[in-house]
Design a protein around this ligand. Structure first.
Ligand SMILES: [Zn+2]
Length: 176
C-alpha cells in the first residue's frame, strides 16, 4: 500500500464523525469527506476492506487501546504482511477469489460464504490475550485449521506447510 492509501484506509475506518470532528470537514457522506482529503482514491475500491477493519475494531478495540490504535495497528500490520496470510502466505485477494468462485466447495445454500473474504485476526499464543504484540493476520483456511491449543511455532512447522500446498494446487487449478 502507498502511504496515501494507508491514510485513506485509516480515515475511512475511523468513520464519518471522526472526519467531521477531528479533521473539521463538512459534507453529507463519509465518501464526500474522503474525496476532499484524497481526490484520487475511489471509496468503492476499499469498501470491503473498510467494513472488515471496522468490524474487527468494534470487537477488539479495547484490547488494543481504542479504535484509533486498533485501526493504526491493523493497517500497519496488513502492510507489513503485504496483504498475505502470516502463516501460509496466500494473498487476501487470492483467498477471496477462491471463496467467491465455484472452486470453493462450500455448502452455502443460496448465500455467499460469509468468511474467507478477508484476513482474520489471530492470536499467536492462544492462551494470551488479543494485543498488538500477540496478533497477526491470517487467512480463513489457516484460522479454521489452527485450533486454540496449537501455538504459532508448532502450527508453522506442521499444518502451515500443508495449507501452502493446498493453495498451490488451487492456484494451479484456477490457471487451467
Ligand atoms: Zn493461511
Amino acid at each position: 500500500m502507498t502511504p496515501e492509501e494507508k491514510e485513506f484506509l485509516f480515515y475511512a475506518a475511523m468513520g464519518y464523525d471522526y472526519l467531521r470532528n477531528v479533521k473539521k470537514l463538512s459534507g453529507n457522506t463519509q465518501e464526500d469527506l474522503l474525496k476532499q482529503l484524497f481526490p484520487t482514491l475511489a471509496y468503492a475500491d476499499f469498501q470491503q476492506k473498510i467494513a472488515n477493519i471496522q468490524r474487527l475494531a468494534h470487537k477488539h478495540k479495547d484490547s488494543f487501546g481504542g479504535k484509533e490504535a486498533f485501526c493504526r495497528w491493523y493497517i500497519d500490520q496488513y502492510d507489513k504482511q503485504n496483504g498475505c496470510c502470516a502463516y501460509c502466505g496466500v494473498s487476501e485477494a487470492a483467498c477471496r477469489h477462491f471463496f467467491e468462485t465455484q472452486n470453493a466447495r462450500h455448502d452455502t445454500g443460496s448465500k455467499r460464504p460469509t468468511r474467507g473474504h478477508s484476513l482474520e485476526l489471530e492470536r499467536k499464543l492462544p492462551n494470551q490475550c488479543y494485543s498488538p504484540e500477540n496478533c497477526v493476520l491470517i487467512c480463513y483456511v489457516c484460522n479454521n485449521a489452527k485450533s486454540d491449543f496449537i501455538a504459532e511455532e508448532d502450527f508453522r512447522e506442521t499444518v502451515a506447510d500443508g495449507i501452502k500446498k493446498f493453495w498451490k494446487i488451487q492456484q494451479a487449478k484456477a490457471a487451467k
